[in-house]
Ligand binder design. Sequence first.
Ligand code: XMP
Length: 319
Amino acid sequence: DWTMAEFRKTKIAEIREQVGDGKVICGLSGGVDSAVAAVLIHEAIGDQLTCVFVDHGLMRMNEAEQVVTLFRDHYNIPLVHVDAEDMFLSGLAGETDPEEKRKFIGKAFIDLFEAEAKKIGGADFLAQGTLYPDVIESVSFTGGPSVTIKSHHNVGGLPERMNMKLVEPLRELFKDEVRVLGRELGLPEVFVGRHPFPGPGLAIRIPGEVTKERCDILRKADAIYLEEIRAAGLYDAIWQAFAVLLPVKTVGVMGDGRTYDSVCGLRAVTSTDGMTADVYPFDASFLTRVATRIVNEVKGINRVVYDYTSKPPGTIEWE
Ligand code: XMP
């Protein structure tokens, strides 16, 4: 893509100019944006960049390994992998309020990130994969006065605390353009084409209390759902698809026994920027197949429902 090839060149020059011989630290979330930002910055300044991946244990099936493999093996970009599952899960224990969950995760993330930055002797710059919609979301969401719908998880506040300047090479881009740039930079297609995943991870897909057991149940259901979506060739037609584990138990029957287990919600939407979204209209036979597989294969779930709410009035995530 000619335009992206130009963009890449221009941005690399800009990053070099901005950073000089300073040190840059970049937090990887496992998503496309931070990965593209990191690879671009690495191309510009090489070893002056350190990437940190704070693994909060709220990732999807095999996701953490994929990120680590991509950076260490495919790109040979040094990566600090912080395994913080216990810390996050113990902090979330007993918490059921969506905003409190988000705030705890955001703060814990910043604390861990800051500790890692100190270990490498500090950094002059913080790199982020901020996109254009992130820049304007709070203003444009309602068209009226800015209202906080959800406190977004990012490393806001950290630059001031640590006296760092921001490097945000993707600020002018929309998601589809970031994907084009990612391809231009040679990121594997399975990674570039991935659906967005929120910073607070599975915690906001488990309304109510988050536990390791509930995360494991959700990971299995989510993996089955996505496997079926890929098998049906629908993955790229959908902006985001995921399973949600509800804090509700219902009665069911399996074999000749009564079950009393959790409900799983399925969500799939189309969108161009995440600010508005439409429900993806699966065939009934597809949903039946997924529901049957989840109830048969995932212990702890005995009922599956499909979310038919567009955004607005719903949000994409459930918390
Ligand atoms: P909502 O649920 O607000 O989500 O309709 C819109 C898009 O943003 C993602 N999302 C987040 N992304 N940190 C992120 O990086 C967050 O805290 C966060 N909350 C929601 C969501 O997955 C959807 O793509």
